[in-house]
Design a protein around this ligand. Structure first.
Ligand code: NAD
Ligand code: LMR
Length: 335
C-alpha cells in the first residue's frame, strides 16, 4: 500500500461502458486522487455486462498499477456503494443521433432514484457523488432527492466537458495555447440550452473580448459550437464522446478535491441556493471554486441582457425536466 495510506473507495457505475474504458485506467494510474493515493475500484454493471466487466478487470490487472489496491466487480448496487468515498455515476444509456439528452430521461431517470437511496444507506459518511449519465443535471437531482441523508453539497453533475470544449475553441480562435485560458464557466444544463460564458473568461489574464475582437462569433457561433458539440461528436464518431468525457470526470474530481488556483474557477453543476436568481434546489451549472474541502459558487459576476436571457432559458429547461421526473421524487416532509 502506497505510503501506508488508506485506499479511497471509488465506485464507478456503467463500468464496462465506453466512458469507463477510458476512465478506470486513469483512476488506477493516480490521475484522479494523486500519485501517492491508493484506490479500490468498486465497479457496478448490469448482469448482462458482467462478462465484459471481467475482461476490463483482467486488463486492469495486466497494467499492474501500483496504486490499485483492489477491484470489486458486482451487479449489486448495495455492494458497489458499500463504503464508497466517491461515487461516479456513469452507467446510463447514451443518446443516439437525432436525440436530445432529455429524451433519455424516460430510459435513464429510473436508474438514479434507487441508486440515490442505496448511496444514502451504504456509502461512507463523507461520500461525494459526480453524475455523468445523461441528462446529468436532472439525474443528479433525482438521486440527490432520494438521498436526503447525504448533504446536498456533496452532489455534482458534470459540465466540465463543456468547459474544456469552450477552452479549446477559444484558444484556437485566439491562436493561443489552451493554458492561457482561465475563468471559463458553463451556466445551466448540460444540454443545448447551456450558456458557455466567454464574457467573464480570460486569456492570459485579459478579458476574452479584448483578445478576440470578433464579438459576433463570441456571441453566436462560439455558443452554438459548445451547445451542439456532443451531437457533432456523435455524428462524426457514430457514438457519444467517451475519452473526452472520461478526461472531464478526472478534471471535475480534481477540481473539487484541490484548491482552485487564485482568481480562477471551474464548471460544475451543483445544488442552487438561489445564486443568480436560479430557483433553489435545481442542479445548475455554475462557476465554482474550491478550497479542497468546501466549494462555493463564484459570486458577483456580471452578465449582459443576452446572457441573462440565456440563463433564464436553461433554467426553464431544467424546471421542465424536474417536472417530468416528479414521480421519481419522494414527497418531502413538510417544514
Ligand atoms: P455506454 O452505453 O458505453 O456505457 C454505459 C454502461 O452503463 C453500459 O455498460 C451499461 O450496461 C451500464 N448500465 C446501464 N444501466 C446501468 C445500471 N442501472 N447500473 C450500472 N450500470 C448500468 O455509454 P457511455 O458512452 O459510457 O455513456 C454513459 C452515459 O454518460 C450516457 O448517458 C452518456 O450520454 C453520458 N455522457 C455524459 C457526458 C457529460 O458530459 N455529462 C459526456 C458523455 C457521455
Ligand atoms: C456529450 O456532451 O458529449 C455527451 O453529453 C454525450 C451527448 O449525448 O452529447
Amino acid at each position: 500500500m502506497s505510503g501506508g495510506r488508506i485506499p479511497i473507495q471509488c465506485t464507478v457505475t456503467g463500468a464496462a461502458g465506453q466512458i469507463s474504458y477510458s476512465l478506470l485506467f486513469r483512476i488506477a494510474h493516480g490521475d484522479m486522487f494523486g500519485p501517492d493515493q491508493p484506490v479500490v475500484l468498486r465497479l457496478l454493471e448490469i448482469e448482462p455486462a458482467m462478462k465484459a466487466l471481467e475482461g476490463v478487470a483482467m486488463e486492469l490487472d495486466d497494467c499492474a498499477f501500483p496504486l490499485l489496491a483492489g477491484t470489486e466487480l458486482t451487479s449489486k448496487p448495495e455492494v458497489a456503494f458499500d463504503g464508497a468515498d466517491w461515487a461516479l455515476l456513469v452507467g446510463a444509456a447514451p443518446r443516439k443521433q437525432g436525440m436530445e439528452r432529455s429524451d433519455l430521461l424516460s430510459v435513464n431517470g429510473g436508474i438514479f432514484a434507487p441508486q440515490g437511496k442505496t448511496i444514502a444507506q451504504k456509502a461512507s459518511s463523507g461520500v461525494r457523488i459526480l453524475v455523468v449519465g445523461n441528462p446529468a443535471n436532472t439525474n443528479a437531482y433525482i438521486a440527490r432527492m432520494n438521498a436526503p441523508e447525504v448533504p446536498a453539497e456533496r452532489w455534482f453533475a458534470m459540465t466540465r466537458l463543456d468547459e474544456n470544449r469552450a477552452r479549446s475553441q477559444l484558444a484556437q480562435k485566439a491562436k493561443v495555447p489552451v493554458a492561457a485560458l482561465s475563468n471559463v464557466a458553463i451556466w445551466g444544463n448540460h444540454s443545448t440550452t447551456q450558456y458557455p460564458d466567454a464574457h467573464n473568461a480570460r486569456i492570459a489574464g485579459l478579458p476574452v473580448e479584448e483578445v478576440i475582437t470578433d464579438h459576433g462569433w463570441l456571441k453566436g457561433k462560439f455558443v452554438e459550437i459548445i451547445q451542439k458539440r456532443g451531437a457533432a461528436v456523435i455524428e462524426a464518431r457514430g457514438a457519444s464522446s467517451a475519452a473526452s468525457a472520461a478526461n472531464a470526470v478526472i478534471d471535475s474530481v480534481v477540481s473539487i478535491r484541490t484548491p482552485t488556483p487564485w482568481g480562477d474557477w471551474h464548471s460544475l453543476a451543483v445544488v442552487s441556493h438561489g445564486e443568480y436568481g436560479v430557483p433553489e434546489g435545481l442542479q445548475f451549472g455554475y462557476p465554482v471554486r474550491s478550497d479542497g474541502d468546501h466549494w462555493e459558487v463564484v459570486p458577483d459576476l456580471q452578465h449582459d441582457d443576452d446572457a441573462w436571457k440565456r440563463i433564464r432559458v436553461t433554467t426553464q429547461e431544467l424546471l421542465q425536466e424536474q417536472e417530468m421526473v416528479k414521480s421519481l421524487i419522494p414527497a418531502q416532509p413538510a417544514s
